[in-house]
Design a protein around this ligand. Structure first.
Ligand SMILES: [Zn+2]
Ligand SMILES: [Zn+2]
Length: 320
């Protein structure tokens, strides 16, 4: 299994500028590619990074997905930073291509939505159509040339088995919901856990945290949202003043590290970088977090190579 990071930024793209560099860790919003041993492609999320995935496919003459082997696009949820690149994913305009979208496909249920739509729609389809709706984008989603379909949530819940790779799914703690995807192949485990907030008490591992630790247990690679430092998340708990970000649906780096150590994760990659976190900030913070991890491992009597931690860097790949 190979994982390629096309977008690592959270909330909104943060393109690099001379006085605000972000090119070391990346400015594109969430998108990653998982390639199975069979060569099959699974793209997770369609943030602005998916545009570059499309370009790479074209460059390699690989932008062809037949109806029997469609591109599997797994959306964690439909917040804008996870779908905004889809109208710029060139292969979606090719008539011979087939793409199946999975994730967050609950039916639109509120009365207002039901009145506006004669047919109830899955949330994924609803959001992608709105994003390319009249007045806001020149091409309607329904006018895309490729064969776009929407997978069933029921199939996801049961787990997908595609060309030797197993995909499991569970809901995580995020406003309006979000999915985490687990990929299993040849005895290796990769978990993508973005847009998830642990329980708010930073010093305590709560019962919901414990459940999440079961999910990530023993992962060879865990790619997890860690948008905030403890002070940014809850200035009060850190004895400071500022805006609380409790309930915003994102995690704190130090707590993520502690949970990953206890869950026996081998390589932790922190992602969904805050748009205000420039390269220098992340480089400095990475050093601090490595020291923090070292202390955690020592305290627990674990060898210092039991786990590693790093920030996700756009345009890098991980082989498993
Ligand atoms: Zn997000
Ligand atoms: Zn979100």
């Amino acid at each position: 299994m190979k994982i390629s990071l096309y977008g690592t930024r959270g909330s909104i793209p943060a393109p690099s500028r001379r006085n605000r560099p972000t090119h070391e860790f990346g400015g594109n919003t969430t998108c990653l590619l998982v390639e199975g041993a069979s060569g099959r492609h699974f793209v997770v999320d369609g943030g602005s990074g998916i545009r570059l995935y499309g370009e790479d496919l074209l460059k390699a003459n690989k932008a062809m997905f037949s109806p029997d082997k469609p591109l599997v696009a797994l959306l964690t949820h439909v917040h804008w930073d996870h779908i905004q690149g889809i109208p710029f994913f060139t292969p979606i305009y090719f008539p011979k291509n087939s793409i199946v979208f999975y994730g967050n496909c609950n039916y639109v249920s509120s009365l207002n939505e039901a009145l506006q739509n004669s047919e109830p729609k899955k949330i994924t389809q609803f959001a992608l159509e709105k994003q390319q709706g009249k007045f806001v984008f020149p091409v309607r989603f329904s006018d895309l040339q490729s064969n776009v379909t929407f997978g069933d949530n029921e199939d996801l819940r049961e787990g997908l088995e595609i060309d030797g790779l197993t995909i499991r799914t569970r809901g995580v703690n995020h406003p309006e919901g979000c999915y985490s995807y687990m990929f299993l192949e040849n005895g290796k485990k990769f978990v993508d856990l973005t847009d998830h907030e642990h329980e708010p008490q930073l010093s305590v591992i709560g019962p919901k945290d414990a459940k999440m630790m079961k999910w990530i247990e023993g992962a060879d690679v865990l790619l997890q949202d860690a948008q905030y430092t403890p002070e940014e998340y809850d200035p009060e708990q850190a004895g400071k003043k500022g805006t609380k970000k409790v309930g915003w649906g994102h995690s704190v780096d130090e707590k993520v590290i502690r949970m990953a150590v206890d869950a026996g994760v081998k390589r932790l990659i922190l992602t969904h970088h805050d748009p205000t976190h420039l390269d220098q900030f992340l480089l400095d913070r990475e050093t601090v977090l490595r020291e923090y991890l070292g202390l955690q491992l020592k305290e627990k009597g674990l060898p210092e190579n039991a786990m590693s931690v790093e920030y996700a860097r756009e345009d890098t790949s991980i082989e498993l």
